[in-house]
Ligand binder design. Structure first.
Ligand SMILES: Nc1nc2c([nH]c(=O)n2[C@H]2C[C@H](O)[C@@H](COP(=O)(O)OP(=O)(O)OP(=O)(O)O)O2)c(=O)[nH]1
Length: 128
């Protein structure tokens, strides 16, 4: 099965809320929540890919922090390796250029969202 390497950002704000992104009807896994990010290019370092993806997708700059999870999830048609990191916004305000919407959610409420299956281990790591 085809495998893609994907990197996602758990962006935390000054109120300890986390930026969650809803996949749109035009994307795969429509209507599921995820951490913003995207595919790592050939030979690209994961953290570098994350900064690039967030700039493209949310039009803002982040500083990448600690690793949270590195898991492989097998969807029916694709295998996704999802690597997640904590991050903070260093400039700009996130704009949903591809997602249906973006929401800042408290750690305790994270589990109430319907997550992409690959994201569950990350959600479990960070919820309080
Ligand atoms: N960005 C991101 N992608 C995720 C997460 N969880 C998860 O299963 N994915 C999957 C969805 C996609 O198959 C792939 C990410 O690719 P992408 O962000 O470049 O998405 P895309 O919409 O261009 O991908 P696709 O529709 O062509 O599949 O990983 C997550 O938390 N963040």
């Amino acid at each position: 099965m085809k495998q893609v390497d994907v990197v996602g950002a758990v962006i935390v704000n000054e109120n300890d809320e986390i930026l969650c992104a809803l996949r749109s009807q035009e994307m795969s896994l429509p209507g599921l929540w995820e951490f913003p990010g995207g595919k790592i290019e050939q030979g690209e370092e994961a953290k570098v890919a994350l900064v690039r993806e967030i700039k493209e997708e949310l039009l803002c700059e982040i500083k990448v922090g600690e690793l949270i999870a590195d898991v492989v999830h097998e969807y029916p048609n694709i295998k996704v390796r999802l690597i997640t990191y904590f991050a903070k916004i260093t400039s700009g305000k996130p704009v949903a250029t591809e997602h249906e919407k973006l929401e800042w959610i408290s750690r305790t409420e994270l589990a109430t969202l319907k997550w992409a299956p690959a994201d569950i281990p990350t959600v479990e790591q960070i919820q309080t």
